[in-house]
Design a protein around this ligand. Structure first.
Ligand SMILES: [Zn+2]
Length: 268
């Protein structure tokens, strides 16, 4: 259960050896965008040149061997809505998305789910037995409201998955080394984890260091996933801000990483 660095042309992206399905956690390396978006910006609301962003999607599509005519995107709002999507929700890059959700699930093949992050926790889910996938964006607000567990619940309820079949990969995000927070985050973690919280919120002076990866991992286990089916990227977007965009390091002047997952149909 390791995270692997993949290179295709100039594009660099990460995958988890635990997910035997087409997927990627992108880095900021290998695209064509310039300036603060240099270079593999996949965010569509950042102010980057649309032609560059489209080209970046084409580069990612050819790296993964997928069509770039349509993707399922979502307007992320740090909520806990999980949307069950299908081919009908696929849109070209730069189309307005008519709904808000921070998680996407589907059982359809050839439907690429995409979420964005630049410090927040990207989580990709794959049920190889039930043939279902999910993509989740978990900032601290989504994390403490258990969006990870909710995504698993929705895969069970909507798609017939069993939690013990589901594989999860928690991608590169800001890690406990750099994620300094105030007491409000610590309080919220205490509320969701109870006495388990202590290992995940470390007091340091008047601040706290919060382990969002660890909390999401625990919440996935509470939702019924087996520990051995969860892989966690060791990388921190803030420590590795040359490789990944970090919202904190850039003060929000940045592009976006994408996390993408898709089950390929039989014709591929
Ligand atoms: Zn760090």
């Amino acid at each position: 259960m390791a995270f692997i660095e993949n290179k295709s042309g100039d594009i660099l992206y990460m995958t988890s050896s635990d997910l035997s399905v087409t997927h990627a956690f992108t880095t900021r390396l290998g695209g064509v965008s310039g300036g603060i978006f240099k270079s593999l910006n996949l965010g569509q609301n950042t102010g980057d040149e649309p032609a560059c962003v489209r080209r970046n999607y084409e580069l990612l599509g050819s790296a993964l061997g997928i069509d770039t005519a349509g993707f399922v995107f979502t307007r992320q709002v740090h909520g806990t809505n999980i949307r069950h999507v299908s081919k009908k929700d696929m849109l070209p890059v730069f189309s307005p998305v008519p709904y808000e959700a921070d998680g996407l699930i589907t059982a359809e093949k050839d439907v690429p789910l995409v979420i964005f992050s630049a410090d927040c926790v990207p989580i990709l889910l794959y049920d190889p037995a039930g043939c279902a996938i999910g993509a989740v964006h978990a900032g601290w607000r989504g994390t403490v409201r258990n969006i990870a567990g909710k995504a698993v619940e929705e895969m069970v309820r909507e798609l017939g998955s069993y939690p013990h079949d589901i594989r999860a990969a928690i991608g590169p995000c800001i890690s406990v080394c750099c994620y300094e927070t105030d007491g409000d985050v610590a309080d919220a973690v205490n509320r969701v984890l109870g006495r388990d919280a202590s290992g995940y919120v470390i007091p340091r002076g008047k601040k706290y260091h919060t382990d969002l990866k660890g909390i999401n991992c625990l919440l996935l286990m509470r939702a019924g996933l087996k520990p051995e089916n969860i892989s966690v990227s060791p990388e921190c977007t803030s420590c590795s801000s040359g490789k990944y965009w970090s919202h904190r390091v850039t003060n929000g002047k940045r592009g976006s990483q994408a996390s993408l997952i898709m089950m390929k149909g039989s014709m591929h």
